[in-house]
Ligand binder design. Sequence first.
Ligand SMILES: CC(C)(COP(=O)(O)OP(=O)(O)OC[C@H]1O[C@@H](n2cnc3c(N)ncnc32)[C@H](O)[C@@H]1OP(=O)(O)O)[C@@H](O)C(=O)NCCC(=O)NCCS
Length: 332
Amino acid sequence: MPYAAFRSIGAFVPEKIMTNKDFEKLIDTSDEWIQKRTGIKERRISNEDEASSDLGAKAAKVAIERAKIDKDEIDLVICATVTPDYLCMPSTACLIASKLELKPVMAFDISAACTGFVYALSIAKAFIESGMKKNVLIVGAETYSSILDYTDRATCFLFGDGAGACIISATEDKSEAFIDIECSSDGEYEDLIKTPGGGSKHPCSQEVVDNKMACIKMKGNETYKLAVKTLTSGVQDLLQRNNINIKDITHFIPHQANYRIIKAVGESLGLDDSQVVVTIDKYGNTSAASIPMAMNYIYEQNELKAGDTIVFDAFGGGLTWGSALIPFAPIK
Ligand SMILES: CC(C)(COP(=O)(O)OP(=O)(O)OC[C@H]1O[C@@H](n2cnc3c(N)ncnc32)[C@H](O)[C@@H]1OP(=O)(O)O)[C@@H](O)C(=O)NCCC(=O)NCCS
């Protein structure tokens, strides 16, 4: 039976930096408040001519090079995004495949908000283990700046733009295989994080534009509490059922939404700070891109080695949540 192996990681961030000080000119806030409540210092913002597929294709290029495979060997492209280039079609995955000049390939987007990357890993694992696909390109790409209301002081300073990508390939070597992955959702909480307008429920209209209903609306405080709960219990379940001790985790890579959430989850799980990857200070919350961007960060710091055991842990709008236990298995 083929297993799924995590071969490579890559990322791309736009050049333009928006600092907390820049937000002081837009909303009633302060650099000190944002840093204290979230850990965020700055985030990246796309240029007007950079859409999610542009960021995603650049991240993918790096991941393909590092995987040491020919791009023509890729037989599935999954893009996790809630900020696609186009509302309905074509999918951002199709655009990324085209920008990379891949041969005709199955390509689709998935929408699981900030949990999108973990959902995509789960889908890639299923395609590979079933024998249907051999090399899956996953891209998490977001341009949140396109759905932010820069007058909403409760939300706009949290998010940023960026992309991360990875290659998941078939292997016969069980020591390289994904150990476990679990994803879930609860639509009862649909109102916690939402873009209420522009879809089939409230199609684009003057009302949608006037009330900025195509922008993200969030109940931050309620989201915060649920985030800590789901992020903690997801990992506890995963470790327990695989009989793995928290001390055996080399890198805990959580979704980067708020440093206080990351810290609270790390403490509940009994993690040492040295195990926990934090990049929120540099990039803010980049939704489906946040986990692969954080993984790329430690890779580029030479902190990620073959055989390291990684836990990914995410939650997001939907609500959705998911955790994965995976060894890093680059081609030697
Ligand atoms: C958004 C978030 C940072 C707000 O922090 P919080 O501690 O919950 O803050 P609250 O909303 O309770 O507001 C506390 C105070 O700060 C004020 N405040 C809100 N936004 C502010 C801002 N941008 N700058 C300064 N003060 C602000 C509020 O008015 C309130 O003032 P009051 O005490 O005088 O009434 C936090 O709730 C959060 O990160 N939530 C999770 C969001 C998340 O993860 N979303 C993504 C999911 S993938």
